[in-house]
Design a protein around this ligand. Sequence first.
Ligand code: ATP
Ligand code: MG
Length: 428
Amino acid sequence: MFISIKQAEEKKHGEIAIRGWVYRERGSNKLKFITLRDATGIIQCVIEKDIVGEELFKTADKLQIEASMEIHGTIKEDKRAPTGFEISVNDFKVIGWSDTYPISKDQSPEFLLDNRHLWLRSRKMAAVMKVRHTVLSAFREFYNKHGFYEFSPPILQPNQCEGGSTLFEVKYYQTKTFLTQSWQLYGESSIFALEKLYCISPCFRAEKSKTSRHLSEFWMAEMEAAWIGLKELTQSAEECVSFIVKKVVEENEEELKVLGQDVEKLKKIKAPFPRLTYTEVLERLAKKGDKVKWGKDLRTVEEDTIMEEFDKPLIVTHYPKEIMAFYKPKDPDDEKTALCFDMLAPEGYGEIIGGSQRDTDIEELTKALKKMGENPKHYDWYFDLRKYGSVPHSGYGLGIERVVAWLCKLDNIKDAIPFPRTMLRWTP
Ligand code: ATP
Ligand code: MG
């Protein structure tokens, strides 16, 4: 019976059978060292001519990186081996031969992106994908525990929700529709049935900027709940993010090490997170010599400057109403601002969450939509939600890749998703 490399190491000694791919190989005319890789780890295997015989040793000599094979042998602890264990091979079988592997050391990021289908096998990408798995399941676990229902929104949607300029248009029979930018309007509709909902869904935005933080296709984890306002919303967001970080620290220590991330630093990321209003952020920026005119959105540089002061995520509330999406309501206590928040990650990873209370005033919504050149008629179904038993409600969206990039200490968001899509990249 085959076991994983991790299970073999846990067994520590004795006969084992494993299978995987050649990660490294080197050898002499008597000894061949194969580092074998599977989904759980890597291990050094030694093939000796005297043990396996002349014929099989010749086969071993032809093995190239990424060939797949089965190995039968004896495992023992060995301080000199890269992972502290070594397998002495009794017998092996090649399952799939490998040509000369195109990926070697020191290749350019573009080359690795062109060969992403192969580069996914690297220790780095495998580590990132494991962390990503933890982030997704932690978000689900957190909201399941808090009595939320997982919801499946439509991906093809007739309306914009985050601005018409980044919509992807899709030919739809004799007419057209759009790829979703967010589930939000649909999440809002369904709180009237289930009250507390979340979803994890792909989102599509035709971002024209070529930043290290934007993808054209990304995954958003969103929640929407009836009867809550901005205060409860930000609490839910900070507790969820703390939970995600805790889970990653618990479950991905090995991966964080591969990625060069400092686990101790992550252990300190615990709710509550600091809070500032947009206006307070501007005051702090001004003291640092960075003058931003009230009413202008914070740019990446300003987000980075303000985050120099924090080693935990920061919650920024009350952005100017004028520059916010149409559904964010004005604050009755300060009508120039909206009841909304962004969560900014430390170390220059920028905005990881955007959220708000939702406007329930049809007149205000109509005004905001008209101002952005939208036809309010197209939103009649959305206005219905305000006509039949409207309730206060709020929600937020967390960018999965932004969080993964932050936790994995990645230079570029493109490495936070298996197959990135940007303005300039949509293959392989
Ligand atoms: P930004 O100002 O960074 O473009 P946004 O204000 O457009 O973000 P929201 O509409 O609030 O973002 O979306 C919620 C979250 O989704 C963001 O906080 C971010 O984490 C993530 N997100 C938004 N756009 C993208 C994108 N193009 N690629 C990856 N993640 C994104
Ligand atoms: Mg944006």
